[in-house]
Design a protein around this ligand. Structure first.
Ligand code: PLP
Length: 360
């Protein structure tokens, strides 16, 4: 055997590079939509206590069904949901991968509405699901008519809607989600990773679950709950959807450490959600500040803001980095995305933006 031979990778994965933003050591990191606040002391102490109590039991496998955690998540979501409606995994990315394993796969199709979350097509590809790229308006909006027309043409097995949408920021009107759920022949997944950051009056697709048996809402603790390192995402749907996902999940996929830490965080939801309100204030400051600089900024229901338009967004990205501020080039020509951080981080970002030549 030739030791220099390439391993026999699947044809459809050849030439791909792994997904991920640069993890650079910069003073002001506003590139991955993380919660800027460290875990509050009271919450960290509750987690320590919970973990301490189970360390000696790590010889045992965790609760395979994560029932207590799913119950807590259902209680948090409300709307009369129970653990039978909820499934949890290591981040909502894993939840979505499981959904594609169960409802997509070879010979099946999934679609989204670009520009949207880059992981959706990547998860489709990795699960052998063909990807169909739908579109939004020039202003990144998706009306009920435009969404329905595209679903009618493509007839996809799985539709991804992202609301609030990453990277553009806006939430969908509930009637657009409703229209897609009525029109789609297969599953409709609404990625609500940023639901907690939405502006007042925004309704969650969770309210539609009783009427649409093939609707799934995914959520995450990575953003609002400052738990990105803990890795917990979840879904809400009909119990039959939860049953289906269990056919493809790995046994014991969610460690007992993860389950216990997440439950401790959920028990302190009010303290963590108070931080969300502080982040929303910074988000709104960024929108206003950038518009005052003459930039184009779509409204945001998330903890980040898209801004442009630049002739060369890469040059602006670099100029900000030179000033110690890391933002995200999401690969959308003319645009950059910045995460809402602390008040000090917002100051640093807006000051740097005031110095950067926008014509660049
Ligand atoms: C950040 C993000 C997620 C979260 O992924 P996790 O795996 O839960 O950390 C999901 N969807 C979108 C659109 C996101 O931006």
């Amino acid at each position: 055997m030739n030791p220099f031979e390439e391993p026999p990778l699947r044809d459809d994965l050849r030439g791909m590079t792994p997904y991920g933003a640069p993890q650079l050591d910069v003073a002001v990191r506003l590139n991955t939509n993380e919660n800027p606040f460290s875990v509050p002391d009271a919450v960290a102490e509750a987690m320590e206590k919970a973990l301490h109590g189970l360390l000696r039991d790590l010889n045992r496998y965790p609760d395979r069904d994560a029932l207590a955690l799913r119950e807590d998540l259902a209680t948090y979501l409300g709307h009369e949901l129970s653990s039978a409606n909820v499934w949890a995994a290591n981040g909502s990315n894993e939840v979505q991968q499981q959904l594609l394993q169960a409802f997509g796969g070879p010979g099946r199709t999934a679609m989204g509405f670009s520009p949207s979350y880059a992981m959706h097509p990547l998860l489709a590809r990795a699960t052998g699901t063909s990807w169909l790229d739908g579109s939004r308006s020039a202003r990144f909006e998706l009306t009920r008519e435009h969404a329905m027309a595209q679903v009618r043409v493509y007839q996809p097995d799985v539709v991804f809607l992202c609301s609030p949408n990453n990277p553009t920021g806006g939430a969908l009107e509930l009637d657009a989600i409703e229209a897609v759920a009525s029109e789609a022949p297969g599953m409709v997944i609404v990625d609500e990773a940023y639901a907690e950051f939405a502006r007042p009056g925004t309704q969650s697709a969770v309210t539609l679950l009783p009427r649409f048996p093939r609707l799934v809402v995914t959520r995450t603790m990575s953003k609002a709950f400052a738990f990105a390192g803990g890795r917990v995402g979840y879904l809400a749907a009909r119990p039959a959807v939860v049953d289906a996902v269990q056919l493809v999940r790995l046994p014991y996929h969610l460690s007992s450490l993860t389950q216990a830490a997440a439950r401790a965080a959920l028990a302190h939801a009010p303290a963590l959600l108070a931080q969300v309100e502080a982040i929303k204030i910074q988000r709104d400051r960024i929108v206003t500040g950038l518009r005052e600089l003459g930039l184009t900024v779509p409204d945001s229901d998330a903890n980040f803001v898209l801004f442009g338009r630049f002739k060369h967004q890469k040059a602006v990205w670099q100029a900000l980095l030179d000033r110690g501020v890391l933002v995200r080039d999401v690969g959308l020509a003319g645009w950059l995305r910045v995460t809402a951080g602390t008040a000090e981080e917002t100051d640093a970002f807006l000051t740097a933006m005031g110095q950067v030549p926008h014509g660049a």
